[in-house]
Design a protein. Structure first.
Length: 633
């Protein structure tokens, strides 16, 4: 089914904005917003934060020193060596004995180490090939060669490496550059053991000039041939005798005319104003919007259980395989054209049991123009941020949750909200479903079935996957048990042996994780320990011993499905096993919202079995049991 909307109108396209601080004598200083894309006038309060390195750089007058072409020669004294010893990540010893060694530095790290200019993958790649950026192992340099004189071709230097960039869009200075040094047969490679690895950076071009007044980097300005200020990537050196030298580090202004200015005085910021320049194209367009609605059929394979093990009769589990045999057929209805659609689930309580449903007030969308009038909470899928609606001003402001379980899962206003991929009639009124109940053509409903057998199955593959997940420090996604459909396929040989009156129901069992960060919030805990007087064990040894014994207590062979854990029994076990380590141990919730009493006994659902994932960071050493220690951190 398709719907189509046609609209002919005039549109603005290719809109871009530039901002300037303008001094009283009309000198324009370019600005960049703290948040890329912000424009003055677009925010509700008509203001945007901008950053100026030094207010003294807002000059009221500029005197031209001279215009000149930059030469492409650089003297041997124009270089920059990082003053640090860098430990490389990788196998011990020399990288000739390993596959790859890496050095990881953030933008902030590079700037702190004296890197000149703006770091980028293209800069490191191009300038390494040109011999202007390379790494040096000081202990490998031959006699007579020092950090000051070494070049990229000397023994002890390495310019053959790969570099990748891990961008942090929220905190750009935390973006990482990862330098990878592959095993290089016959070449000098970097030694990991003596922490004497440096990077060396050589300037790309320079310009020497004379001027009668005292100059420094705070009162000198440079414009390129296009009239744009060159704000970074260069340094100024006083050679004495009114001579100065400009060195360019990451921009090659070779055979390009630049203009060098001297600032004679500065203006007060209150005397300046801000100029916003918008550049755009105006065109007449016909806008056609088409929406295609798909119909898909599939099969139900299981009931839906909440995380606490309760049956939620408002939901069922279905296959992604549609009735035509397309393994992704059902998933395609969760997309608008090629883009995935998202909905927000909210928690609610019924008969003291917590369930989830599609929220009518919380909506996930890429912009606020598509939000329904009922929306009070908005997850912006473009920026990945949560916002709340302010009715008296009609604006959306940043939402600060009481608890943030993950970027897409928060607790706000006594309700948990969780963003998931999907579609709902709340966001799309054309979205609906029909559930047909009938028996397959090759089967019949047998009213004589009298022996119903529930089999709770904990599969070996699931246990192995969980153990590997724990051994890898929880870095991968949490393993999930097989569903009832998969168990039925796995246990087919048993079904063939069942009598006609037997009905075998295969119920997937799973672990109920306790105490660690990956346990359910209400089951996360801190073990608070008072050390035994006179013990020689360190705090670190005690934490490790406690976490190890807690995990041993919850070995798989010690528990059965549906068991109840009592903390008093665990405490007695710890006092017996660690009598030389501790005098007392208590358990408290990890978060202040938790209830201390809920941890004194915990019960599994019939399809669950306990597994502790406690680490040493879940253990805290205290001096006494105060009232404040009985609540969450």
């Amino acid at each position: 089914m398709n719907s189509e909307y046609i609209d002919s109108r005039t549109e603005l396209s290719a809109v871009s904005y530039k901002h300037y601080v303008v001094t009283p004598d009309c000198i324009e200083i370019p600005l960049a917003p703290l948040v890329e894309g912000d424009v003055i006038g677009s925010a509700p309060d008509y203001s945007v934060d901008y950053f100026v390195d030094d207010i003294n750089t807002i000059s009221t007058s500029l005197s031209v020193i001279e215009e000149a072409n930059i030469v492409d020669t650089v003297s041997t004294t124009d270089y920059n060596v990082s003053i640090f010893g860098c430990q490389i990540e990788g196998d011990g010893g020399n990288t000739a004995n390993s596959t790859t060694a890496t050095i990881t530095l953030t933008v902030s790290d590079l700037n702190g180490l004296g890197f000149k200019g703006t770091p980028s993958v293209s800069y490191f790649t191009n300038q390494a090939s040109a011999g202007n950026f390379f790494w040096v192992d000081k202990s490998e340099l031959i006699t007579g060669i020092t950090l000051d004189t070494v070049t990229s071709s000397d023994y002890g230097s390495v310019s053959s490496f790969a570099v990748s960039y891990n961008e942090d869009t929220i905190y750009p200075n935390n973006s990482q550059f990862v330098f990878s040094f592959l095993n290089q047969s016959g070449d000098v490679v970097l030694d990991l053991t003596d922490d004497d690895v440096y990077f060396k950076q050589i300037g790309l071009s320079e310009y020497v000039f004379t001027y009668s007044e005292m100059l420094n980097e705070s009162n000198v300005y440079i414009k390129n041939a296009d009239g744009m200020f060159i704000t970074d990537g260069w340094t100024l050196e006083d050679l004495g005798g009114n001579s100065y030298k400009l060195t360019f580090w990451d921009i090659t202004e070779i055979s390009s005319t630049i203009t060098v200015y001297h600032s004679s005085n500065n203006s007060q910021i209150e005397d300046c104003f801000v100029k916003v320049v918008a550049e755009f194209d105006i065109s007449s367009v016909t806008h056609i919007e088409s929406q295609r609605y798909s119909v898909a059929e599939t099969y139900i394979y299981d009931k839906y259980l909440t995380d606490q093990g309760y049956l939620d009769n408002s939901k069922v589990k279905i296959l992604s395989l549609d009735s035509l045999g397309n393994p992704q057929g059902v998933l395609n209805i969760f997309k608008y054209d090629t883009l995935a659609s998202y909905i927000i689930l909210e928690t609610y309580t019924e008969n003291n049991i917590q369930y989830e449903r599609v929220s009518k007030i919380a909506v996930a969308a890429s912009d606020d123009e598509t939000l329904p009038n009922t929306a009070l909470v908005w997850y912006d899928t473009t920026s990945g941020t949560w916002k709340r609606y302010v009715s008296n001003s009609g604006t959306w402001l940043e939402l600060v949750p009481e608890i943030e379980y993950s970027p897409t899962h928060i607790y706000y206003g006594y309700t948990e909200y969780r963003v998931v991929e999907g579609r709902s009639h709340v966001d799309d009124t054309f979205m609906s479903f029909r559930w047909d109940h009938y028996a397959d053509a090759n089967k019949r409903i047998d009213p004589s079935t009298s022996n119903i057998i529930d089999l709770y199955l904990l599969t070996t593959d699931y246990v192995i996957s969980v153990n590997q997940w724990i051994a890898n420090n929880f870095k991968t996604a949490m393993p999930t048990p097989p569903n009832s459909y998969e168990l039925k396929k796995l246990m087919q040989p048993i079904l063939d042996k069942a009598s006609i009156s037997d009905h075998l129901s295969f119920i997937p069992a799973k672990f109920k994780f306790l105490f660690g960060d990956n346990a359910a919030t209400q089951n996360q805990a801190i073990f608070k320990v008072i050390k035994r007087n006179g013990t020689s064990y360190t705090d670190s040894e005690i934490k490790t011993a406690v976490s190890t014994k807690v995990n041993e207590y919850f070995k798989l062979e010690n528990w059965d499905f549906g068991d109840t854990f009592y903390y008093s029994e665990l405490a007695a076990y710890l006092h017996t096993e660690l009598k030389d380590y501790l005098a007392s141990v208590i358990i408290t919730p990890k978060y202040a919202t938790g209830d201390f009493r809920e941890l004194l006994s915990i019960t599994c659902e019939p399809n669950e079995i306990f597994l502790s994932i406690t680490t040493s960071k879940d253990v805290k050493i205290i001096s006494s049991i105060a009232t404040t220690e009985l609540i969450g951190e």
